[in-house]
Design a protein around this ligand. Structure first.
Ligand code: SF4
Ligand code: SF4
Length: 160
């Protein structure tokens, strides 16, 4: 996919973008201790979907295919299975789209209802609830849901 210019953001999206850009996340550099939370299908707004698509389009196609085609389901004990997020790199144990991840992923460890499991993040953000309330007013779908809604093919090569 050719890189597309970013569409202009609506006021709620601008507010969310500004909010997340101000959070100091340096403490998380290189840490994957909350990676177990990267399970299931993460919902995202349309602009977040487009940001992830743009990010994927800038990666080496073979690297993107390596991650997107990985088996994401892990059986820990008999009967207890976890299906990880499409963007979790199961070989490197990190997020493949980390710079473009959506709001809920950015709040891992920083919101009171998503605390850092190793207590490395010094303060929870008091206004995270308010930002999530604003965010909840945006239409959100899973990455695959947006692909379907926009009539983009469902093959691995269509995702990037
Ligand atoms: S997009 Fe990245 S941070 Fe968010 S759930 Fe998926 S792997 Fe985790
Ligand atoms: S929130 Fe905590 S566990 Fe998660 S990456 Fe940051 S420091 Fe590590």
């Amino acid at each position: 996919m050719d890189e597309q210019p970013e569409k202009s953001l609506n006021p709620v999206e601008q507010r969310i973008r500004g909010y997340t850009q101000k959070i100091d996340m340096s403490v998380c550099n290189g840490c994957d201790e909350c990676g177990l939370r990267c399970s299931g299908d993460i919902e995202m707004s349309e602009s977040e979907f487009e940001a992830i698509r743009r990010f994927l389009s800038l990666q080496k196609p073979e690297e993107a295919a390596r991650v997107l085609n990985q088996r994401k389901e892990v059986e820990f004990t008999e009967g207890w299975r976890v299906r990880y997020c499409l963007f979790r790199d199961m070989e490197k144990n990190n997020c493949f789209v980390y710079p473009a991840r959506s709001l809920v992923c950015r709040l891992f460890g920083y919101a009171r209802w998503l605390p850092c499991p190793i207590e490395k993040v010094p303060v929870a953000l008091d206004d995270a609830v308010e930002i999530m309330q604003a965010y909840s007013r945006l239409e959100r779908k899973t990455f695959e849901g947006w692909m379907k809604a926009k009539g983009i093919g469902e093959g691995p090569g269509d995702r990037v």
